[in-house]
Design a binder for this molecule. Structure first.
Ligand code: BG6
Ligand code: MG
Length: 220
């Protein structure tokens, strides 16, 4: 029986994934790297340092930087990103999300956040959504980033629910892989080809419908 919903944040509740990408693109350019179109999905869901490593790999520059230099690059991206998200308000919640959260609450479901971002609490506060979530996984508590299942396993644990009692939402292929590795029901939001491993894929959050999702979950 469905008892809880687990949400990625960036690209699911709000379009902050676009700000991450913009800040990474600018950082990459500053060190002479042009990101390929595939980076749009590949960078989604990855921790800050995993993202930087991927960018340096795109530029074949993995060995050019010391750990301290990499930390400085990651900090510079984060400063830029934080400036971009400063203006976010509840108006930046993506279409379909508030009705979904309302329907879940009316059905007595528990909600949790499984975001790799250390900026997640700031964004949730700016969106006015902080009080909706009973559990928020602290990314600093994780040994492994997405696509490892750890964050989704921990999110279900914060709600005291089993893997087969939750439905998890993601916009990244690494995130969908993490959900499936955690043996949970996956809802992908985005390109059906990229997110083919999900149990259900919708093109945008506007197409999320609680009754239809509940039916798909029951029918699995
Ligand atoms: C994920 C984003 O939610 O958080 C990634 O999809 C991002 O793009 C990661 O790199 C870490 O975010 P932050 O804010 O801790 O740098
Ligand atoms: Mg995401």
């Amino acid at each position: 029986m469905l008892k809880g919903l687990i949400f990625d944040l960036d690209g699911v509740l709000t379009d902050s994934a676009a700000y991450h990408l913009q800040a990474w693109n600018d950082l990459a350019k500053s060190i002479g790297i042009t990101l390929p179109p595939a980076a749009n999905d590949a960078l989604r869901g990855r921790s800050r340092m995993d993202s930087l490593d991927l960018i340096l790999a795109y530029g074949r520059q993995q060995t050019h930087y010391t750990l301290a230099q990499k930390q400085a690059l990651a900090a510079s991206k984060n400063t830029h990103y934080q400036a971009l998200i400063k203006q976010m308000t509840p108006a930046d919640i993506l279409p379909g999300i508030v009705p979904l959260l309302d329907a879940a609450r009316a059905a007595g479901l528990q909600l949790a956040i499984a975001s790799a971002s250390k900026n997640a609490p700031t964004i949730l506060t700016q969106l006015g959504l902080m009080d909706r979530f009973a559990g928020i996984v602290d990314p600093d508590s994780l040994q492994h980033g997405k696509p490892d299942p750890e964050i989704f396993i921990k999110a279900a644990e914060t709600l005291h629910l089993a893997a087969d009692e939750v439905m998890s939402f993601e916009d990244a292929s690494a995130g969908v892989a993490a959900i499936k590795a955690a043996h949970q029901f996956a809802v992908g939001i985005g390109d059906a080809t990229v997110l083919a491993a999900a149990d259900v894929v919708v093109p945008t959050t506007a197409a999320l419908n609680f009754a239809a999702l509940q039916q798909a979950f029951t029918a699995q």
